[in-house]
Design a protein around this ligand. Structure first.
Ligand code: ATP
Length: 356
């Protein structure tokens, strides 16, 4: 028997006046899963999260927690904790008192509270900072204190709204690893709201990409990156080259007549003959070859410019139609210079045929 989802949205919709914030969303999140809700500002991520926590009620559909209908259960009765973007630490209380707050409210004995606070301090690596007030902490320490407070009561489901949003780039990366480590050790399901694709890709077991209140695609980071279903997902996650044209297909081979020339792709999707189609290729699946190299998927172009990215460079190559292709090449290789004629080459396997 499949596991009961720890959190389930069943055809959930929410409107604010004329705005449809969430539109018929269904998601099942497994116990112990690290799940990310990803999408641009205003796509409904926070509203979905607030419905899971009980701060908003769906207009339609149901929210189930651990198999039980929670749609009408108030927030404090749900076996769910939430960590807010602002952290919402009590400014006049010490770290230890912040962590203890929910435990006192739940009526735990003093000894039990002390033991649990010590455990959370260790988990969040806040040793020595127990007596400090929030304003005496760094951004990363505040984030960990908020996490410790959210986890103190013990939970199988933690909702985190932009948990790393207030941290600078370097600290964000370190904190991503800490969060993943804490999540694995606790075995609780974490649902993270983020608009940062790198963050979602690094941390999550699965990602739901949202668009205007709906789910555009749900999958593992690899699925979402390697096999985006739509142009929206392809362009939202990382850099990608898009070719449009008219397709002819036979078996799983597709040929696209694009303005750059013919492009051959392996296409597991059935595409009707003589219809408009879109093919996407990631920059790292392309390579720069000498000008005039012959073969399938060899596009003539001229180097426009390039950017150094440490282990690789991103070249922008002006193609026949005037469009710029982005091609990643290892920095160890000699770099063709702007103005130089080159061939952009890629395999049919590197091509993803998009739905829309
Ligand atoms: P962000 O990343 O900016 O936080 P989001 O994806 O979390 O965005 P939501 O906050 O869920 O998006 O908002 C979805 C839509 O619903 C937006 O158009 C927003 O303006 C609207 N909305 C959200 N809450 C309310 C509210 N209480 N009253 C009216 N409209 C709201």
């Amino acid at each position: 028997m499949p596991q009961t989802p720890i959190l389930q949205f069943e055809q959930v919709s929410k409107r604010f006046g004329a705005t449809v914030a969430v539109d018929g969303v269904s998601i099942e999140i497994a116990p112990g899963e690290f799940f990310a809700l990803l999408g641009p500002s205003g796509c409904g991520k926070t509203t979905l999260m607030r419905m899971a926590a009980g701060f908003e009620r769906p207009d339609e559909g149901r929210v189930l927690i651990d198999g039980a209908d929670a749609t009408d259960v108030p927030p404090h009765r749900r076996p769910v904790n939430m960590m807010f973007q602002s952290y919402a630490l009590f400014p006049h209380m010490s770290v230890a008192d912040n962590i203890a707050f929910g435990l006192k409210a739940a009526g735990l004995a003093r000894d039990a509270i002390g033991a649990r606070v010590a455990e959370m301090v260790r988990l969040a690596q806040l040793q020595g900072l127990e007596k400090r007030k929030p304003h005496q902490l760094s951004g990363g320490q505040k984030q960990r204190a908020a996490l410790a407070r959210a986890l103190a009561r013990g939970t199988k489901l933690l909702l985190l709204d932009e948990p790393l949003g207030a941290l600078d780039r370097k600290l964000r990366e370190e904190t991503q690893f800490e969060l993943m480590d804490i999540q694995k050790r606790l075995g609780a399901a974490f649902v993270v709201v983020t608009h940062d694709q790198d963050e979602a890709m690094s941390m999550a077991d699965r990602i739901a990409v949202m668009r205007a209140g709906q789910i555009e695609q749900i999958g593992s980071p690899v699925e979402i990156y390697e096999r985006p279903r739509s142009r929206y997902v392809a362009e939202f996650i990382g850099e990608i080259n898009i070719f449009e044209g008219v397709a002819t297909s036979s078996g799983d081979a597709l040929r696209l007549e694009s303005s750059e020339g013919p492009i051959e792709a392996h296409a597991p999707l059935h595409v009707a003959n003589r219809t408009a189609a879109t093919v996407a290729v990631r920059p790292e699946r392309m390579r720069l070859a000498p000008a005039g190299e012959a073969g399938a998927n060899r596009l003539a172009g001229v180097v426009h410019d390039f950017a150094y990215r440490g282990d690789h460079r991103i070249f922008r190559v002006r193609l026949k139609s005037g469009a710029l292709a982005r091609v990643a090449a290892p920095s160890a290789l000699p770099a063709p210079q702007p103005g130089e004629a080159v061939t952009v080459a890629f395999d049919p396997d590197a091509c993803v045929v998009l739905d829309a």
